[in-house]
Design a protein around this ligand. Structure first.
Ligand code: DX5
Ligand code: ZN
Length: 215
């Protein structure tokens, strides 16, 4: 069964407490927390301070997606804020293997995020050292964008790489996930669905999470 990770980026930040309460009683598995620095991506969101608030608001897994340059400077702060999973972008890390070692030595699950233009083959030499691939199915920076169809092909390729080597790495799909395209995404081999707009702009977010979980 797929894991569902609503992205709080699409929540109403003046009503975060209500949204957290909704998520906590929902069938959602993870909180997906999108950190943006205005350098790696053309948008700024929030940092460790807010992650700390989310940590205290839930017992669910806090899945932190760093869309920032030099993530090594902040990994410890996100650990202290309560991140369970920390994903860094392959495109932002000159010494990716060192970033992964750092994240794991801090006691977090290590994720690597890849942009739509980055081939999954670039993950070959770190795949055995990570827990999660956050595959972007939109260009990172904003919620509410349209799913890039080529992602399906990339999921299939990555699924094969993982299975051929008998690895235990989760494939998380991030961006433009809807109730309509989710079956195809899962059919291609994804394990985790991130959903921002689909959950938080729904008339009935709880019902939407239930429907995604039931797929
Ligand atoms: C985009 C973020 C995503 C985004 C997903 O940069 O990484 O997590 O919030 O939002 P939707 O599901 O609306 O595309
Ligand atoms: Zn994200």
């Amino acid at each position: 069964m797929a894991l569902i990770a609503p992205s709080l980026l699409s929540a109403n930040f003046l009503k975060l407490e209500q949204d957290c309460e909704m998520l906590n009683i929902s069938e959602a598995d993870w909180y997906h927390l999108d950190v943006m620095d205005g350098r790696f991506v053309p948008n700024i969101s929030f940092g460790p301070m807010l992650v700390d608030f989310f940590r205290k608001a839930t017992t669910k897994v806090c899945d932190v997606h760093l869309m920032i340059e030099e993530p090594e400077k902040f990994a410890e702060q996100f650990k202290n804020a309560g991140a369970d999973n920390l994903s860094v972008h392959i495109e932002a890390c000159r010494h990716l293997h060192r970033n992964i070692q750092q994240i794991r030595s801090l006691g977090m699950k290590a994720g690597v995020a890849i942009n739509p233009h980055t081939p999954v083959s670039d993950l070959a030499d770190v795949l055995g050292d990570i827990d999660l691939v956050c595959m972007m199915s939109v260009n990172p920076g904003f919620g509410g964008q349209k799913f890039i169809p080529h992602t399906i092909e990339k999921i299939k390729q990555l699924r094969k790489m993982i299975d051929d080597r008998g690895l235990n790495v989760l494939i998380e799909i991030d961006g433009g996930v809807t109730l309509e395209n989710a079956p195809m995404i899962l059919g291609a081999g994804a394990d985790v669905l991130v959903a921002g707009n689909t959950v938080f702009k729904a008339d009935d977010p709880l019902g939407m999470i239930r429907k995604l979980k039931a797929l």
